[in-house]
Design a protein around this ligand. Structure first.
Ligand SMILES: Cc1ncc(COP(=O)(O)O)c(C=O)c1O
Length: 397
């Protein structure tokens, strides 16, 4: 069916809660996508760091086919073999002891909020400090952690006990801690806020504050996890380890799954009946997660993300010398942003028209999250489009 007809049907059937673009995709392979009218795109967004192995990776497709014929769901009264294997593997990679499986990043954060509150309850602690411009999800608890009034204002009153301080401003976080605070929550690199890495000194300072005040340190690695920033998990860049870590996105390669992990003594706060969900990933998702972790390890993709990221940042800085439209290039690994002197959305739309998918993450910043295993020629082709569009945008601006 032609794209125009599909879009007309979408317009009639969906609630208007998401600001989508007028595109329907029908096929994906590696870093390439095809829309319903047959136009081809290079994907530098990977569904916001979900298809980080590229679309329809054969290792993931194969295990999904096998798992669909074997077993998919038994309820949370029982276990699946793949559920146990994927949890062991993940705990090993993250460096924490125990795992809770959720269906999304927001749900992983909901679980983290409940675990931290249960852990703090004996001392009357229930409050959280998180970062301004952070993003932790759209459910009410995760939304309360999200330090952005534009997402929160229509849904007040929100749950109590959430305060905010600017990223990398340690003194402000110290001031925000009260007697009721149970945990500090941070994304090691702010994603939706515009791709802003937390500094090592800041993260070390948060760890020290937590140790001094008896608080939990929670890292939201929903977007930064699974090699995106050049290490399996972003905390491994600094060695500053959280007590609780949440993740999702790349984990399932597009099959819904998230996870909340914690240290043994923190995890012990949960007792049967405290928290659960009917599916929590499920057989297909655990199989996908095992395949994703296999491919990332086998192909050493975190290291590749690091090397490509450094190369791309150097390229952007080189462009910046002749293109005044580029204000700043920043990021970690293959989690990158280009801040512009002109609005980012028209640049994003022109890239799309030319067959390149990028994302206007703020008013002035383009975000790039290409596949970690992107072929050199796809990367070069995408960057060529971006450079061309930016030079025109620079002239218009
Ligand atoms: C850091 C972070 N946390 C949480 C979420 C929410 O994850 P989900 O959309 O899977 O609920 C996101 C989504 O973008 C995110 O970037």
């Amino acid at each position: 069916m032609a794209m125009q007809d599909l879009l007309a049907r979408a317009d009639r059937i969906f609630m208007k809660n998401v600001g989508r673009l007028d595109l329907v995709f029908v096929k994906g392979k590696g870093a390439r996508l095809w829309d319903a009218d047959g136009k081809e795109y290079i994907d530098f967004l990977t569904g916001v760091s979900v298809t980080s192995l590229g679309h329809t990776h054969p290792a993931v497709t194969r295990v999904l086919q096998e798992q669909a014929e074997k077993i998919v769901h038994v309820s949370n009264y029982f276990y699946l073999e793949e559920q146990i294997a994927a949890a062991e593997r993940l705990a090993d990679l993250v460096g924490l002891d125990r795992v809770f499986w959720s269906n999304s990043g927001a749900e992983a954060n909901e679980a983290a909020i409940k675990l931290a509150r249960k852990y703090g309850a004996a001392k009357g602690k229930y409050g959280f400090v998180s970062a301004l411009k952070s993003f932790h999800g759209r459910t009410l608890g995760a939304l309360s952690l999200t330090g952005q009034p534009k997402y929160q204002d229509s849904f007040r009153p929100l749950p109590e006990g959430f305060t905010y301080a600017p990223l990398n401003d340690l003194a402000a976080w110290e001031r925000a801690i009260g007697p009721e605070t149970c945990a500090l929550v941070v994304e090691p690199v702010q994603g939706e806020g515009g791709v802003y890495p937390a500094t090592t000194e800041f993260l070390a300072g948060l760890r020290e504050l937590c140790d001094r005040h008896g608080l939990l340190l929670i890292f939201d690695e929903v977007q930064t996890g699974f090699g995106r920033t050049g290490k399996f998990f972003a905390w491994q860049h600094t060695g500053i380890k959280p007590d609780i870590l949440t993740t999702a996105k790349t984990l399932g390669a597009g099959i819904p799954i998230g996870a909340m992990l914690a240290k043994e003594d923190v995890a012990a706060a949960f007792t049967p009946g405290d928290h659960s969900t009917t599916i929590g990933g499920g057989g297909m998702a655990y199989a996908a997660a095992l395949a994703v972790m296999d491919v990332l390890e086998r192909e050493n993709l975190p290291q590749r993300a690091w090397e490509l990221g450094e190369k791309i940042l150097a390229t952007f800085r080189e462009w910046g010398r002749n293109m005044p439209v580029i204000k700043e290039a920043r990021g970690l690994g293959l989690m990158l942003a280009l801040d512009l002197t002109v609005p980012a959305k028209p640049v994003m739309l022109e890239c799309l028209r030319r067959g390149l998918i990028v994302n206007a993450v703020t008013e002035t910043a383009l975000r790039l999250l290409p596949p970690l295993n992107i072929a050199e020629e796809d990367l070069a082709a995408g960057l060529a489009i971006l450079k061309d569009v930016l030079s025109t945008a620079g002239q218009a601006g």
